[in-house]
Design a protein around this ligand. Sequence first.
Ligand SMILES: [Zn+2]
Length: 411
Amino acid sequence: MRPRYNIRIAIILLSVFVFFAVLFAAACADAAKVTVKEIRHFSSKNYTRVVITLDKKADFKSHLLRKDPSIKKPRRFYVDIKGARLGKNIQRMIPINDGLLKVARAGQFDNKTVRVVLDIESLKDYKVFPLSGPNRIVIDIFGKGARQAPAAKTEPPVVSGVEKVKTPKPEKPVIKKPNGIRTIVIDPGHGGKDPGAIGKRKLQEKIVTLKIAKMLKKDLAKELQKKYGKKPKIILTRTRDKYLPLDERTAIANSKEADLFVSIHVNASPRRAATGVETYYLRYTQDKDAIRVAARENKTTPAEMNDVLGYILRDLESTGNQQESIRLATNIQQTLSKGLQRKYKGVKSNGVKGALFYVLVNANMPSVLVEVSFISNPKDEKRLKTDKYLREITKGITKGIINYMDGKGAG
Ligand SMILES: [Zn+2]
């Protein structure tokens, strides 16, 4: 072979190598980027929640800018999402105009940063935190008329290890008289494309939770009317088989200024024999069983839950509802398990527990999540198919709420 050929072949090979190297680098850079997929909002007079959905976890920073009369711009709040690009079909300009926010705008600030700007009309307080499964950045805006606004204003640092995390300080409980409770939000877990846990005989959690929620609304209204001569407003987060993101369920409770929030679920375990009733409130825990239950309900993994822990724990420290949530959980757990035990054999009370349930994060009122039985347990599943069993569950929860309203377990 002549040397000229060798040089030519070498050049061709080099060109091919460079071409693929560039292609590979571009693909890698693209793969590393986070895509901003959707911006949703849920608004009411005194409260607005904006949710930014991402395709993977991202670092972000938020800033509140003062009103600048010199440039005639309104007060603005923005979130910079690092290593991100805007999704192709995303709506870049979202008019809100609810009295708190005028508009949400999304733009490619530079080639590595997506900036989401909220033009503010009125604001008393705000909170920003991430959730996983899917990855989201949630922005809660509280207006001047908001009945109860959280205390923390600063964005919390990201906490990488659980060891660094402080446990929440005990706060002063705010006990409401029965007449002070005007609105109760009941949340039937799952729905639509999300069936929740499924039993061996194909019973779906979403069907059971909706049935219970509807029965509970009726029963609670009747009993409260009987006892106090007036019934609070009872709102269901969904009244039919439709999908509702967890963050929207909390947003409904906050926007309706609910005094109590009760999320209804049915438990599941790979261990078929697992059975019993348990009631949860929002708390950091290292209990593996509780973490497993929360991860399943959050549609995420314990590791991903750990990623957002720092933000959520700051939230726990800043809101004053934990003591009252524990009291509500305790009352419901007692009456629910006792009621079922009176009529059915082998019903276990697994007690009141704390865990990081996303649906309870930044709920502005005492809030609990009830796991009424185990759909994965064949005996429980059979019972959950009967209205009689569901009615007994309903009665138990109603009684627990009434005992709570009567001040049982306070001070
Ligand atoms: Zn569930």
